[in-house]
Design a binder for this molecule. Structure first.
Ligand code: UN1
Length: 497
């Protein structure tokens, strides 16, 4: 089947046209990657680290070209696309040195003439499935450490970004990653699932990484569970931001605007619901609504808060979510709802709205538990607004839907910060900062409906792509039995001062 990737800011611009892979193509890719794994893991880790270094330098040298492609193929504003590509470079910079560490431990034995060790072993072949919203940064969080640790990778990028995936893969290959050590396959979801199922059955895949919806994450988790594997699952979010009465309100509004509407709300770390204390509710609401009303939307090559949605499918999803607005809610933020067109215009729009899939920003006021919008990840330019009267109530509202990816609190009170930090169920907590904008070397991941507890980035991701091997070496020349032959030094338990 042929797939045409269109520029979402100008649907007449065909970015690329590709033949989608079949399930047997997917299996073939895993077979090749599996066959290449031993030789790749035999290359000393410092030498693999140098490959990662070369990839990083190449991405840096091609930063503008790759970012421009991100803007063209998925509509991310150019400044944010540059930031996303920088995250790939940061990830390479972090892991190039890991090639010279990948530390194991030397551990004393309880027996003489015996030593204990731990070694990190590559897992094998990793099958990585990523989404279209971060088509370079999030894949790099998987690909770079997986390769560094001696695994081979089959990568299934989001179908909406085949040109970006092809470009990124070419950069890895140019940096010295052999063709069969990293293979990109572009396929639709059901085809991917069926190919992966066969590959798992045949023992060709030892680790699955998936970034995407909670619903698909459950299916992947079930499939991997049947093969006694724990996948790395990075799923949805309904990220809360809590504004306390002692907060710097201008800062909170700026953070809510960027977190909620930056990238058109299509980050897994996007702000879901803004929870505001009663004492500052009216003030903050007025400031936030006015900031959203005057935000610049439009051509992503220009200086805009956000551009188009990633594709027509993402727009349709946003329009469906608008159907969840209930009678007790009021909407704010724009001159219309849903798709921006010349008949449904947005004040201050930059460019031609009819050419692409642009949507009005929408603030939905009056969110309470029980509303569909309270616990639905909307993944578009829609932010909920609700109120609370105490920090404990805010924490309950922030945790109550069961997602736990990112969270944020605006306050000047250390007591509120530490209470929030210790009670929030999210894997990531921002203080006086937006829900999005995670740095590339802190653990990234969520709990509950947001994931199975796996973490990406920094040293923490090494546990996804290596397994610990425990080694003991006895040179005493006799069978020494652990627990039984251990020296027992006398002590006097009745001794008192
Ligand atoms: C995602 O949306 O899948 O923290 C990742 C952020 C980005 C990464 C988001 N650095 O917003």
């Amino acid at each position: 089947m042929t797939f045409e990737s269109l520029n979402p800011a100008d649907l007449t611009d065909v970015v690329t046209s590709i033949e989608l892979a079949t399930a047997s193509d997917v299996v073939d890719a895993t077979r090749r990657a599996h066959a290449a794994q031993r030789a790749w893991s035999d290359i000393p880790a410092p030498a693999r680290g140098r490959v990662v270094a070369a990839v990083g330098r190449l991405v840096e040298a091609n930063k503008e070209a790759l970012a421009a492609l991100v803007t063209r193929e998925i509509g991310k504003p150019y400044a944010e696309a540059l930031g996303e590509v920088q995250e790939v470079i940061d990830t390479c910079d972090f892991f190039l040195g890991e090639g010279r560490r990948l530390y194991g431990q030397t551990v004393p034995s309880e027996l003489p003439a015996k030593q204990l060790f731990t070694h990190r072993m590559p897992v094998g072949t990793a099958f990585i499935i990523t989404a279209g919203n971060f088509p370079t940064a999030v894949p790099s969080w998987y690909l770079v450490p997986a390769l560094l640790c001696g695994n081979t990778v089959v990568w299934k990028p989001g179908e909406v970004s085949p040109a970006i995936a092809t470009a990124l893969t070419a950069l890895f290959h140019a940096g010295g990653v052999p063709a069969d050590v990293l293979i990109a396959v572009i396929a639709d979801g059901p085809t991917t699932y069926s190919g992966l199922e066969t590959a798992l059955d045949e023992g060709l895949v030892q680790k699955v990484g998936f970034t995407g919806s909670t619903a698909v994450g459950r299916q992947i988790g079930e499939l991997c569970g049947r093969h006694l594997q724990t996948p790395c699952l990075e799923l949805g979010g309904k990220n809360p931001m809590v504004v306390m009465p002692d907060a710097d309100l201008d800062l909170a509004v700026e953070g809510a605007l960027f977190g909620g509407f930056g990238a058109a709300g299509q980050r897994c770390t996007s702000l879901g619901t803004l929870w505001v204390h009663d004492d500052v509710y009216a003030d903050l609401r007025a400031r936030f609504v006015s900031a959203v009303e005057s935000a610049v939307v439009g051509d992503p090559t220009k200086d805009v808060l956000y551009g188009p949605l990633i594709s027509p499918t993402y727009l349709a999803n946003h329009e469906r979510n608008l159907g969840l607005v209930a009678d007790h809610h009021t909407t704010h933020g724009s001159t219309g709802l849903g798709r921006i067109t010349s008949d449904n215009p947005r004040a201050g729009f930059v460019g031609d709205p009819d050419a692409g899939v642009f949507a009005h920003p929408t603030v939905v006021e009056g969110i309470t538990p029980g509303d569909a919008l309270y616990d639905t990840e909307t993944f578009g330019p829609l932010v909920g607004l609700g109120r609370f009267s105490s920090l404990d109530e805010a924490i309950e509202l922030a945790n109550g839907h069961g997602y736990g990816l990112s969270s944020s609190i605006y306050t000047t009170s250390p007591e509120s910060v530490w209470r929030f930090r210790s009670r929030i169920s999210a894997g990531m907590v921002s203080v006086n900062n937006s829900t999005s904008g995670a740095e590339a070397h802190l653990p990234f991941g969520g709990n509950g409906r947001s994931g199975n507890g796996s973490r990406q980035s920094g040293v923490w991701v090494l546990d996804q792509f290596t397994r610990w091997q425990a080694m003991n070496w006895d040179w005493s020349g006799r069978l020494q039995k652990a627990q039984m032959d251990v020296a027992d030094l006398p002590s006097d338990a009745s001794f008192r001062l």
